[in-house]
Design a protein around this ligand. Structure first.
Ligand code: RBF
Length: 158
């Protein structure tokens, strides 16, 4: 996979915005919860580390990654939310729906970001196995949740 050489938790300070006062929504898919909880922990911790206030971070759960799009829309339309971070895990080897779900979510989240003109981040792991997912959810390749949070912060500094 392309992320083999990149640690998802490492990032440069370039374009890191001042996020004090910025308000974030984190939308978490419950499917593959062992993975998505770890993604949430990473994203939440990184937002706090970069200066976001705990009271300015809300969390919403959706059943599966397919529902991330509508969940993202419901929070993105709120005037009090500056950026939306969507977290999910679709495991290819276990999911015949893999292509349907991944394509729908990728296109759907892109549309929501454009519609509401604010960052909507695709923090969805699409590995072949659970082991590869865990490697990217706080394991040896870092945490995709960290990367998603940093992406939101950098987009707010655009
Ligand atoms: N949702 C995920 O977030 N990750 C998955 O790996 C995943 N695999 C699924 C496999 C099957 C066979 C089905 C039916 C659903 C799966 N979903 C998965 C749930 C999907 O995102 C959505 O919640 C449901 O399809 C809604 O009924």
């Amino acid at each position: 996979m392309a992320t083999t050489l990149k640690n998802l938790s490492e990032y440069s300070d370039k374009n890191i915005a001042d996020v004090a006062g910025k308000r974030f929504a984190i939308v978490v898919a419950e499917w593959n919860a062992q993975v998505t909880e770890a993604l949430f922990e990473g994203a939440h911790r990184t937002l706090l580390k970069e200066g976001a206030q705990a009271e300015n971070i809300i969390r919403k759960n959706v059943p599966g990654s397919f529902e991330l799009t509508l969940g993202a829309q419901w929070v993105a339309e709120r005037a009090d939310i500056d950026a939306v971070i969507c977290l999910g895990c679709v495991i290819q080897g276990e999911t015949r729906h893999f292509d349907f779900i991944c394509n729908a979510v990728a296109h759907g989240l892109t549309d929501v970001g454009l519609k509401f003109n604010k960052p909507v981040i695709f923090g969805v792991l699409t590995p072949n196995t659970l082991e590869q997912a865990l490697d990217r959810a706080g394991g040896r390749h870092g945490n995709k949740g960290d990367e998603a949070a940093v992406t939101a912060i950098k987009m707010l500094g655009f």
